[in-house]
Design a protein around this ligand. Sequence first.
Ligand code: DND
Length: 222
Amino acid sequence: MGGTFDPVHHGHLVSASEVMESFSLDEVIFVPTGEQPFKEHRRVTPAEHRYLMTVVATASNPRFTVSRMEIDRPGKSYTIDTLRELKRQLPGADLFFITGADVLPQILTWKDADELWSLAHFIGVTRPGHTLDRTGLPETGLSLLEVPAMAISSTDCRARVVDGKPVWYLVPDGVVQYIAKHGLYRPETARVDDVAERRGRAANEGTTARTALPPRAVGAGQ
Ligand code: DND
């Protein structure tokens, strides 16, 4: 199951669990994106935080694992590269790609879309209020599964934190605590992450971080 997971929430986890049960899967590998190709214009939380939240969220399920494959791979995260890599790592395994049903039509625009269907069986989980338009989608290699309606979205979770509203029970308890500990999604502390990321990038590139970097600041209330 690939995702930006910014943050991971119970909609993702219930979907993974339902698909695992219905399709008798041995394991669900959560693959947080490094650079999601379609989210270039939105500021995404640094990959390491999204990865760790996903680890925290899945820790109690022995059949859930989290892969660093996309966040460690330089450049944009394309699903085709991930599926090819998984095929190499797990020869002989039947691969399934779990996605929200509303994302399925977009897959036609993904990199090497024609080949995607031959590498994995795609499972679109239905989200509340969604009806699927199958135009252009293949007849085989694709299944739909209705999961218990969960009107939870990462966008809404982030907005709730910005507004000072709770995200308890929308995301796992450990993720609530992780968000609070690191001050994620609060405008004032989000800047701390940006600065840290930019400092890291400047150091990696061997450049001085002199330019517009403010002194290290810690947001109030951490
Ligand atoms: P999102 O940013 O939509 O993930 O990315 C989904 C996947 O698409 C990632 O693996 C990307 O790398 C891949 N992608 C995107 C664009 C281009 C390409 C690949 C390419 O290769 O060219 P989110 O964290 O927002 O959501 C993760 C999944 O969970 C999604 O499939 C979403 O539809 C689903 N979801 C829910 N399912 C059930 N109930 C809910 C859900 N909320 C999100 N409440």
